[in-house]
Design a protein around this ligand. Structure first.
Ligand code: FMN
Length: 168
């Protein structure tokens, strides 16, 4: 097994990215709507923290076009994608105007007002309770206030080795 060198920051960064490409992850569209406006982005950096109280974290790049909108709104909805939604993931993955991103899906307002994707496997509507900055990213601690479930036989969309896969 190759060891991670410690003397060159760029080498370490690339080694980390190569390592993380092997960590299979669910793909979610994280949305928000409020005084800051409407926004959404694709995220694989979503993780459970605790069920008491129900809390998850979302890691958001501070330099992304949506970061200021999430900062302002302080609420969001994590919509976990079913297989077959690769195109939506790419669309929300950057560089596309927000209206164009949302036009590609069907949405209903959740309790917080954040758009809930109607064909998501599961959607977590959340208040953002706090955040911590770490390097280029902001870690958002999200208190789940409502959950909507998709169909029992939904297949999951998973990102692994920089490609999309489906699992039952
Ligand atoms: C599969 C996938 C996973 C991603 N995961 C994250 C993530 O967890 N956090 C993040 O800040 N950006 C993530 N991105 C990138 C954002 O979706 C992208 O930066 C965001 O849409 C903002 O882009 P913009 O600045 O062009 O609007 C991911 C993109 C893809 C395609």
């Amino acid at each position: 097994m190759d060891r991670m060198p410690h003397d060159d920051l760029e080498t370490v960064r690339l080694a980390f990215r190569e390592g993380m490409a092997k960590l299979a992850a669910a793909v979610s569209i994280v949305t928000t709507n409020g005084p800051g406006g409407l926004a959404g982005f694709t995220a694989s950096a979503v993780c459970s923290v605790t069920d008491t109280p129900p809390t998850l974290i979302v890691c958001l790049n501070r330099s992304s076009s949506v970061a200021a909108i999430f900062d302002r709104n302080r609420s969001l909805c994590v919509n976990t994608l079913a297989s077959g939604r690769e195109a939506l993931s790419r669309l929300f993955g950057g560089s596309t105007p927000q209206q164009e991103r949302f036009a590609a899906g069907e949405w209903l307002p959740g309790k917080t007002g954040a758009p809930r994707l109607t064909d998501a496997i599961v959607s977590f509507d959340c208040d953002v309770e706090s955040s911590v900055e770490s390097g280029t990213h902001r870690v958002l601690f999200c208190r789940v206030i409502d959950i909507a479930h998709g169909q029992e036989d939904d297949e999951a969309l998973v990102y692994f080795r920089r490609r999309y896969h489906r699992i039952r």
